[in-house]
Design a protein around this ligand. Sequence first.
Ligand code: AGP
Length: 620
Amino acid sequence: MCGIVGYIGKQKDVRSALDSLKRLEYRGYDSAGLAAFIPERKEILWKRALGRIQELERSLEGVSAQGSPILLHTRWSTHGAPTEANAHPHADCKENIFVVHNGIIENYRQLKEKLLAKGHRFLSETDTEVLPHLIEHFFSASARIAANRQGNLEEAVRKALALVQGSYGIAVIAKDDPEKIVAARLSSPLVISVNDSGGFVASDPAALLSYSNKMVFLDDGEIAVITPQEFRVSDLKNNLKEKEVTELAWTAEEAQKGGYPHFMLKEIMEQPESIANALRGRLLPEEGRAKLGGLEPVAERLRSLDRLQIIACGTAFYAGRTGEYMLEEYAGIPCEVDIASEFRYRKPVLSKQTATLFISQSGETADTLAALKEVKEKGGLTLGIVNVVGSSIARELEAGIYNHAGPEIGVASTKAFTSQLVLLVLLTLFLGRQRDVSLVMGQRIAKELSRLPELVARVLEQAPRVKEIADKYKDCQNFLYIGRKYNYSVASEGALKLKEISYVHAEGYGAGEMKHGPIALIDEEFPTLAIAPSDSVYEKMVSNIHEIKARRGPVVAIATEGNEDIKNVADNVIYIPKTLEMLTPILSVVPLQLFAYYMGVLKGYDVDKPRNLAKSVTVE
Ligand code: AGP
């Protein structure tokens, strides 16, 4: 996710436009930039800075910055590390066209090769930079045939986007046509407002609410031309589109949370989108394969892999422990999973055919980073699954896969966890197809993966039922979470969520361990959340539930849609859709995330910033 603001109008103070951008800093904050047309000089003021928006503001000190139109951007890196050169806006060779972008241009490599062959010069490693060059190509072509030699910016954008595959929310200005902003949307949100202050476009309403609460939301495939007085929306074929104006009753802070009361709930609810982003451009359904560009440099070495160590902390560790089952069952690779704080003090045995996979949302966790450096010291092959592009761990790795989950603001990790599981399935498919996974099985896995956003959305529809169940058990002081096989670590993750957010004691256990101690805890005040999808260990889970019921313990079961029998055993049932056993953890964790969230809210705690915790544990 990135933050975009475009403004055109009489208020030409670039600094006030920065205030709007600051309301979008939660969407990305590794670098920022602006481009403003300065009428007196007929030039574009182009400023970019590494770090937060205040660094960009600092770069304007002593600069007379009165201009319009203005484009502003705060970045969440996906392609290209956070550097000034990779910061948006990006420009073409003549610095005529300037573009800010939120999304991923999947075919940027192919487009870049063609543009380079035409003599275009690139300054960044980003996917976005192909856009200004493409637009300039068509803008110049339209100028050559126009009677007044004036290029047509809207037509140039339309023609450029016809060549683009992927997702975009863009805003574009041209030095040679400074009377308008052209914006376009495909999968990444854009909202427009034309009011007394002028014309605006932004990636979410939070940036515009201080000017007006009347907004127009662009839909996929639409292009808008915005002037200080009006806007016009058309589709990619230039058919005019009538758009309704939405009146928002949100404060700017509510808008940052997408209208949800907390970032944690917003991030739970955006998992269909974050999972779609994790999959975007990485599935080859016909070949039943995963395309993981970040692993290409070591793909051949991975063929001779004979052991994989997975190292992480907290939620990321539970993702890794789930990945162990996938990789062993489908790729036949022996795995060992350890928490980084233990691994770094052990004496790990590494062979030339051992790889170590580090999983980290923030990419800054001190123990994980230290363990990574330890493995590098010994010459081991280091791989990673990281969400924050250009983070310390990402920069240390030999190869890796980015989550593309966008910033995760809530301290309790939710969308990052399901995104990590999706990437572990993609890694399993990648390695499995190098080994024994057949074309047919690969196609089946790829097909089921592509259904996940829709399946997760179906689980999220049950949020009101989960809230009722949380209300029923809100006064209990202890909970047990149990699961088996692919859902064993989901039990641990569910317990961690409850501990973190509601400060209630919870234990996550492999259900087979009940008789080895935990069942002594059970009584009517000690509820159990039992993850019991209709899978290869379902009957075992039902036996465990019976054991608990025999001791009057309340049970909330997570079960597969259509399983009516479980209602005769458990006190409450939350259903998840049927899917491949390997994919069930991505669905079964969602009710547990919601349960923890509602318990924390019911207890009146700050679920986005729970006590004693930080989003990134950069100290040991
Ligand atoms: C999870 O909800 C916690 N915030 C915490 O356990 C977290 O998963 C752990 O600190 C690892 O963080 P990382 O993924 O950024 O390395």
